[in-house]
Design a protein around this ligand. Structure first.
Ligand SMILES: C[S@@+](CC[C@H](N)C(=O)[O-])C[C@H]1O[C@@H](n2cnc3c(N)ncnc32)[C@H](O)[C@@H]1O
Length: 209
């Protein structure tokens, strides 16, 4: 068996809810890349294990990652940022359809770079970083400011289409992911794990305030 077969297996065994399947289909139709089923299920497990009550999501998309995180942490409030109002309208409908109470869904339409500085520091259990990859380092810095001690920043696509691990690959996004992973891995302020499922999931838990 190849690694590809194992990754396909990890995606294929996941059972998604009807709302997640619908959101994923809708996202594909409008060309938005949702987290894979294997990553989504991992997000749910992390959210559940953290007993997350407050989540920030950078990059709502059509709601796939939000639906997964709230499946793991059904009591959580999600604050999700996206530049596209149409994406968020579909995501809100999907979350409501999944019985997430309206008062726990806070969707902010805007640029993450403008919105993140306005959020309170050390106030969130989880921050998911999944918007424009050119700003991933900036968003993770914000994420680590926003999570409480013991909180976790999650970065899907951290292996960026298998390019991060390939020394022959160059480019700003690849370089930024390499820098991010290397710098965080050498930091005493966080615990870091890089899961190779899907397109990679970087998990960064803040252990020092
Ligand atoms: C990869 S998609 C998010 C997918 C979503 N997390 C999921 O798995 O269902 C990236 C989203 O980030 C949004 N986006 C791009 N640049 C942004 C920015 N500067 N600030 C906020 N959102 C941004 C896009 O509109 C898009 O909906």
């Amino acid at each position: 068996m190849t690694k590809e077969a194992s990754w396909k297996f990890a995606d294929d065994i996941v059972v998604e809810t009807t709302q997640i399947v619908a959101a994923r289909t809708h996202a594909a139709e409008v060309g938005v890349e949702s987290v894979s089923p294997a990553i989504g299920s991992q997000l749910a497990v992390i959210a559940a294990a953290a007993r997350a009550k407050s989540i920030v999501e950078i990059g709502t998309g059509l709601g796939v990652s939000a639906l997964w995180m709230l499946r793991g942490a059904p009591d959580a409030t999600i604050t999700s940022i996206d530049t596209e109002l149409e994406h968020q309208q579909v995501a809100r409908a999907a979350l409501l359809d999944a019985k997430v109470p309206a008062n726990r869904i806070r969707l902010i339409t805007g640029t993450a770079g403008d919105v993140l500085p306005r959020l309170n520091e050390s106030s969130y259990d989880l921050v998911l970083v999944d918007a424009d990859p050119a700003s991933v380092i900036e968003y993770v810095e914000h994420g680590l400011r926003l999570v409480r001690q013991g909180g976790t920043v999650l970065v899907p696509h951290a292996l960026w289409k298998d390019k991060v691990a390939d020394p022959a690959q160059r480019g700003d996004t690849v370089g930024d992911f390499r820098t991010l992973i290397a710098e965080l891995s050498g930091s005493d302020a966080v615990l870091v794990a890089l899961s190779p499922a899907g397109d990679g999931l970087l998990q960064v838990t803040k252990i020092v305030e």
